[in-house]
Structure formats: structure tokens, C-alpha cells
Ligand binder design. Sequence first.
Ligand code: XMP
Length: 430
Amino acid sequence: MKQDMIVILDLGSTENTVVARQIRDMGVYSEIHPHDITPDELKAMDNVKGIIINGGENRVVDGQAIDVDPAIYACGYPVMSVDHPTAKCEQQLTQLPDDATMRAFLFDTCKAEANWNMKNFIEDQIELVRRQVGDKKVLLALSGGVDSSVVAALLLKAIGQQLVCVHVNHGLMRKNESENVVEVFRNQLKANLIYVDATDRFLGKLENVADPEEKRKIIGGEFIRVFEEEARKLEGIDFLGQGTIYPDIIESGTKTAKCVKSHHNVGGLPEDLQFELVEPLAQLFKDEIRACGVELGLPAEMVYRQPFPGPGLGVRCLGAITRDRLEALRESDAILREEFAKAGLDKTVWQYFTVVPDFKAVGVRDNARSMGYMAVIRAVNTVDAMTATIERIDYDILERVADRITAEVPSINRVCYEITKKPVATIEFE
Ligand code: XMP
């Protein structure tokens, strides 16, 4: 292994990520693991330099205080414990270590080296994936989102043609998005990529369905079915690659270790399709995943892509989806994104898109009354997507977007700008 590691054992602290970030900021790699890790599991990680037992307010589960296996103390690693006064260890603290205390623990007590960087991380993960997978094959649903794209690039580097990517185009992708996935992964990176154009199938199922929840259910369910059909066609797949990220792991870990996902069936796939999971990014924060993508050579548009909901344009083509309105949405959204990029707003605005409601308004085109759709612009900023504020877009930019959309998308005759915060509105309309 290229990098030293400090293991944080979660004994119910809500601040494990703060500690993990503090250690990584000092140049040492850190991972959070459940409190009931066994000494064997710990020793199997061959680069551990020290352990931090991080206790806290969630330490009592179902009326019982949880604790680590006492044998952990005898494994030979320096141990620092926070909020754990009975422990027998090098250092006992009652609150989170300040930087000087942490630095002394990392570099003096544990003798760790500050060798955490993305290049070393990738090399370590490549070695771990090769160890786990051997000469077997890994299946990956490649949506084109940041996480799945970075996992794909990493697995490709680790196991090459043993990776089988499946990209399902549900017909609700943004303009050129599926084409870009094929271009980058199949044509440039030479990945083994199965491209499934399931547009007709999805749009068929969605016909006349206006209820937002019903639409979401249909899109999610159909996605699993298409992926499952592709998986069944393939022979000899033992592993499933997944873009699991750090917050998932942490959430499960703070409840009890039993909740931590290790090897389970992917959500929604039938029981008889059994795969072991490969999750090489499960220890990274979102910004680190982007840095990993850059290091792996993925294009910036892919790595810094704004969030895009799983049901895609399906929840922005409001009400019952029709092909003409979906096309109007896709084109107007592409124009908005192009103009935002030209103005540099793609670097500063968290999420921006257009929405097309399911009614027409009166307009004038070629000196005659005409009915047309409306494109609504949404541009918001947020930290965690739980609340959101409105980006104050310059009027010249808004006008340019409106002029272009109405000129280039014949079925749209009005452009509106949405100015409602979340709450009371949500970011998406459905
Ligand atoms: P709302 O509309 O709830 O959106 O304010 C908050 C954030 O979540 C995204 N979003 C989704 N992402 N699947 C996803 O992966 C979904 O079904 C979904 N619905 C909303 C939304 O784009 C925004 O960033």
C-alpha cells in the first residue's frame, strides 16, 4: 500500500467525518469503520498506523452502551480514545483533539507519513480491486453521473476488459448526455460498454401518467428491469461495481455496525441475481471523488457536472410526458446550460435547468396568433439541497436565454424565471 492510514472506530460520535477530514487535511489517509470491527479485519488492512476510538452521543443503542472488542487494544497499534474513560490506551481525551494534539498523535505516536494524495489513493484502490476481483468480471451501471463515471474510470484502470459497463438511456437524459458517455467510455477509454437505448420502452410506460410519484416509480422500476435483463444476458459476472460514497457508510455506521453495507444485493435487483459489491470510492467525500476523476483523466464536464435527478428530464417535463414537450425541454435546457457556461455561471451556480409545464399559452409568431409552451428557468444555490436560495442572474443573460430559446425552439413562446426559495418550493417541480 502506498499510503499510511488511521482508522477511526465509530462509537456513536456524530463527528466522525470532522475527525476524518482533520486527519486527511494533515496529509494522512483516514477511514471510518464500525465499532465492532474484528482484530482480524483490522490486521487485514496492511497500512494501519493508529486507531482513534471516537465515542459520542449515540453510543447507547437499544438501551445498551456499545463498545469495541477489547482485543483491539492488543493489536499493537497506538490508540487514542475520545469520550471513553475506561479504555486502556495511549491517549484518552474527553473532547475532539485540537490540531496540535492530532498532529502529535499522527506523526510522533503513530509515526505516520503524510503520504495521502489522490495518486497514491488510486494506486492503492487499484491493488485492492485486483485482490478482490481476481480474474472475475464486474458489472457496472454507468449512468454518466459523477460517481458512476469515476468508479468506471477507476475500475477500468484496475481490471480493464473484466469490467462490463451498461448504460441505460431512458430517453430522459439531457442533450448529448448518452452520446458523451459512449464517446468517453467506449471510444476514448476503450471500455467494454453495452449501450441500451430504452427510450421507447420508458416513454411507452409513461404515456398519460401525470402523477409525479407514479412517474418516479415507473422510471425507477423500469430502470432496474432493463439493467436486470442485461445482467441476465451476460455470463460469469460475480461482482457489481457501485458508486457508493462516504456519507452512506457513515450514516449506517453511526447506528450500529450491523447496518453498514458490505456485501448485499443491490437495491431492487431480484434475489437470484447475487453479486458481491466493489465500491472503491466508498471512502471518499464528494469533492475528493471529483479530484479522483480529474486524476483519472475524465473530462471536466463529467467531473464537475451539476446534480441531475435519477428520473432525469422526466420530472421536469411536467405532468404526462409527451415527446414534443420533452424535446422542447431538452433543447431549452441545452441553451440555458450553454449560456450559463459562456457567462461563467456554470462554475458558481449549484444547479440550473429549465422546466416545461403541460399547458400552452398564447403568443404571436410570424404576425399570427400561435399557441406555445413555456420554459421556466430555475437557478439555485444550496449547500445540502435541504434549503436553497435563488441565484440573482443578470438580466442581460436572462434576456439572451429567452431570445435564444424562443428563436431556436419553435414550440416555446414564453420564458419565465422562477424566484422561489426552498422551502417553500422544492428545487425540482415534481
Ligand atoms: P428537491 O426537488 O427535493 O431536490 O428540492 C433536491 C435535490 O435532489 C435532486 N433530486 C433527485 N436526485 N433522484 C436523485 O438522484 C431523484 O429522484 C431526485 N429528486 C430530486 C434535485 O435535482 C436536487 O438537486
